[in-house]
Design a protein around this ligand. Structure first.
Ligand code: ADP
Ligand code: ADP
Length: 225
């Protein structure tokens, strides 16, 4: 469960202060599929980065799965991130010199998982995204949609509480975007919590709950039924 309470984030550039998030409160339960929408500059990425424990905030409290991370240090946060959060980015963020299997194994290396277990878990994750046949290939040898599927496989291997995806289809054409969304949908049906930032209506409709951010505040929070 994600419990963010009265989160405020201020960016300071020299003497100029900008309130990117203004007293945002948000609860996300296990198994939800959430889209965060809103115009450019509204604070979506800032909110996502805070929920993903990548960025700090100026006031408020944040609990992830019962653990209050508000006052944790960088090392503690890094551990929480690697264990509880799977990351999917617009630009895939795969390492070009590693093959697909090795890319998917990476979060388990940081978590100290042994070689055999790493291999088996990574192959299973690649199976979920239908890419086992390609496991020895490099990211440069597959398409954009396939790369995003590898990134999704990588996000799964430590069995995170939540997958955080920032504009996961931003670099994909619409047919491929829909394929990627079908994978998120299947994972969600298996019980994986998904929080996704998108500015595309066609992509947001895959979520069950749409949160709209404007000028650093949540202006609507609607569940589809
Ligand atoms: P969105 O993801 O909705 O486009 P962001 O969260 O990236 O919005 O940004 C919200 C606001 O905060 C914008 O006005 C942006 O320019 C500003 N901002 C974001 N990151 C920084 C930063 N590191 N330093 C200063 N201002 C920032
Ligand atoms: P996104 O497309 O995810 O909203 P942006 O293009 O808004 O990302 O921002 C990219 C990066 O630049 C982010 O890490 C953000 O924190 C930073 N950034 C955004 N706006 C500003 C700003 N006004 N000053 C400094 N850094 C910024």
């Amino acid at each position: 469960m994600i419990e963010a309470e009265n989160i405020t984030k201020v960016y300071k550039t020299g003497a100029v202060e900008y309130k990117a998030l203004d007293n945002v409160s948000l609860t996300i339960k296990r198994g939800e599929f959430i889209a965060i929408m809103g115009p450019s500059g509204s604070g979506k990425s800032t909110l996502m980065n805070i929920l993903a424990c990548l960025d700090r905030f100026d006031s408020g409290r944040y609990k992830l799965n019962g653990k209050d991370i508000t006052f944790m240090n960088d090392n503690q946060l890094a551990k929480i991130r690697n264990k509880e959060i799977g990351f999917v980015f617009q630009n895939f963020n795969l390492l070009p010199k590693l093959n697909l299997l090795e890319n998917v194994e990476l979060p388990m290396i940081y978590a100290g998982v042994g070689k055999k277990a790493r291999h088996d878990t990574a192959m299973k994750a690649l199976e979920k995204v239908k890419l086992t046949k390609w496991y020895k290939h490099k990211p440069s040898e597959i398409s954009g949609g396939q790369r995003q599927r590898v990134a999704i496989a990588r996000s799964l291997v430590n069995k995170p509480f939540v997958i955080m995806a920032d504009e996961p289809t931003g670099n994909l054409d619409s047919a491929v975007s829909i394929e990627v969304m079908h994978i998120f949908q299947e994972l969600n049906e298996d019980g994986v919590t998904i929080v996704m930032v998108t500015h595309e209506e066609d992509i947001a409709r895959f979520a069950q709950r749409i949160i709209t951010v404007k000028d650093g505040r949540i202006v609507s929070d609607e569940s589809a039924n």
